[in-house]
Design a binder for this molecule. Structure first.
Ligand SMILES: Cc1cc2nc3c(=O)[nH]c(=O)nc-3n(C[C@H](O)[C@H](O)[C@H](O)COP(=O)(O)O)c2cc1C
Length: 353
C-alpha cells in the first residue's frame, strides 16, 4: 500500500507535518509525553481533556494543563463541558495559552463526565453539541476540532448524523473513535464507520482506535480516506511504536529505553512536582520496561522505591550506557524557559518557569 505517512495536511490553516496524531489520554498526555511524541514523528499532539468548570474556577491543577512547551507545536488542547458560555471562555484561555487547535471532547464515556451532559452524551443531544461548537468557534480564531465516539449505544451510527452538523456549526476537523461509549475500550474499533463519516464531510477526519502498527495505519488510511491516524495506547511508554508507524523499524536498545524513561521522569517532575510525579510515573515503568524488554521483577522493584532519584540510579545501574544517550537527548532539547506562560495567571502555578 503506497501511503505516505510523512505527507503534510491542514487542519484549518494549521499545517500538520505528518499523518500521525498522538491521542489525548487523561492521566498520560502530560507535556513530556507530547514533546516525546513530536520527536518520534507525531505531526499533531493533544493535551488530555481539560475541564471547563476547572478553568472557570481557576483551579490550579486544571490551569497547569494549559502549559505549552516551545517544542510541542502543533498542539491541540482538549476541553470538555456542556455550557456554551463556559466553553467559549475556556477556548479563549486555550488560545491565550498558545495552543494551535481547540479540540472538544464529545467522546468521553465515563459516568462522572456524561452525567453532566458533557463527553459522549453530547452525541445524543445534537442541539447542544452544535451550540457548543458554535460558541467555541465564535470565541477563538483557532481552528476547532471535535473528537467523538460512534455513538452512545452499541452499534450506534449517531456520529454519521451529528458529524456533518458539527462541521456546519464550525468544526474544522473531526476525530472518530468508532467504538460506542457503552463499549468503553472493549471489542474493536469499526473503521468502516470512519470511512462513512469521511464520505459525509468535507473536512479532514482523524481515525482513532486500535492503530498499533505501520501496516494497520496504512490500511486504515487507505480504506477510510482519513487525513490521519491517531495513536493512543500503543504509544504509552513506547514512542518506538510511533517510529515504527513512520517507517523506521529499528528496535530500541536497552540504553535508549532507559534514557527516554529517565528524560520522561525528569520532565514530569518539573511539570507536576516530585510528589505528584511519584505516583503518576509508576504505571510508566511497566509500560517502558515491559514488552519483554526487561525482566518483570526489575519493574516491580522500581515501583517499590520511594524516591524518583532512587529509580533513576537503579535504571542507570541496569544500563550504564544510557547516560550517554541521555546527554545527547538533553543537548537536543530546547531551553525549558521557552515555555509560554499566561500573564494573567499567578506565577506560582508554573513554579516560576
Ligand atoms: C487512559 C486513557 C485516557 C484517555 N483519555 C482521553 C481523553 O482525555 N480525551 C479523549 O478524547 N480521549 C481519551 N482517550 C481515548 C483515546 O484518545 C483513543 O481515542 C482511544 O484510546 C482509542 O485509541 P487507541 O486504540 O490507539 O488507544 C483515552 C484513552 C485511554 C486509554
Amino acid at each position: 500500500m503506497n501511503i505516505d505517512l510523512k505527507e503534510q495536511w491542514f487542519l484549518g490553516p494549521v499545517e500538520i507535518p505528518s499523518r500521525l496524531v498522538l491521542a489525548p489520554m487523561a492521566g498520560v498526555s502530560v507535556q513530556a509525553f507530547r514533546r516525546q511524541g513530536r520527536r518520534y514523528g507525531a505531526g499533531l499532539v493533544c493535551s488530555e481533556m481539560v475541564s471547563v468548570a476547572g478553568i472557570q474556577h481557576r483551579n490550579e491543577r486544571t490551569l497547569g494543563y494549559l502549559r505549552v512547551g516551545a517544542d510541542e507545536h502543533p498542539l491541540a488542547i482538549q476541553i470538555f463541558g456542556s455550557d456554551p458560555g463556559a466553553m467559549a471562555e475556556a477556548a479563549r484561555m486555550v488560545e491565550a495559552a498558545g495552543a494551535d487547535v481547540v479540540d472538544m471532547n464529545f467522546g468521553c464515556p465515563v459516568k462522572k463526565v456524561t452525567k453532566t451532559g458533557a463527553g459522549a452524551s453530547l452525541l445524543d443531544d445534537p442541539d447542544n453539541a452544535c451550540r457548543l461548537v458554535e460558541a467555541v468557534a465564535g470565541a477563538t480564531s483557532l481552528p476547532v476540532s471535535v473528537k467523538m465516539r460512534r455513538g452512545v449505544e452499541n452499534g450506534s451510527r449517531t456520529c454519521l448524523e451529528v458529524g456533518p452538523k458539527l462541521v456546519e456549526a464550525g468544526a474544522s476537523s473531526l476525530t472518530i473513535h468508532p467504538r460506542s461509549a457503552k463499549q468503553m475500550y472493549t471489542g474493536t474499533a469499526d473503521h468502516a464507520v470512519t470511512a462513512e463519516l469521511v464520505s459525509l464531510v468535507d473536512v479532514p477526519v482523524i481515525a482513532s482506535g486500535d492503530i498499533t502498527s505501520r501496516a494497520r495505519a496504512q490500511s486504515v488510511l487507505a480504506t477510510t480516506g482519513a487525513a490521519a491516524v491517531m495513536v493512543g495506547r500503543a504509544a504509552q511508554g513506547n514512542p518506538w511504536a510511533l517510529r515504527e508507524i513512520m517507517g523506521d523499524e529499528t528496535e530500541p536498545s536497552r540504553e535508549e529505553i532507559v534514557a527516554e524513561l529517565i528524560l520522561f521522569m525528569r520532565e514530569t517532575v518539573r511539570e507536576l512536582g516530585e510528589h505528584r510525579a511519584t505516583g503518576f510515573l509508576k504505571k510508566f515503568y511497566g509500560w517502558y520496561l515491559g514488552r519483554g524488554r526487561f525482566p518483570k521483577p526489575f519493574k516491580q522493584e522500581l515501583v517499590m522505591l520511594p524516591a524518583i532519584g532512587e529509580v533513576e540510579s537503579r535504571l542507570l545501574a541496569a544500563a550504564p550506557g544510557a547516560r550517554f544517550v541521555l546527554e545527547r537527548l538533553l543537548s537536543e532539547l530546547p531551553d525549558p524557559a521557552d515555555e509560554i506562560l499566561l500573564d494573567s495567571l499567578p506565577i506560582s502555578i508554573y513554579g516560576g518557569g
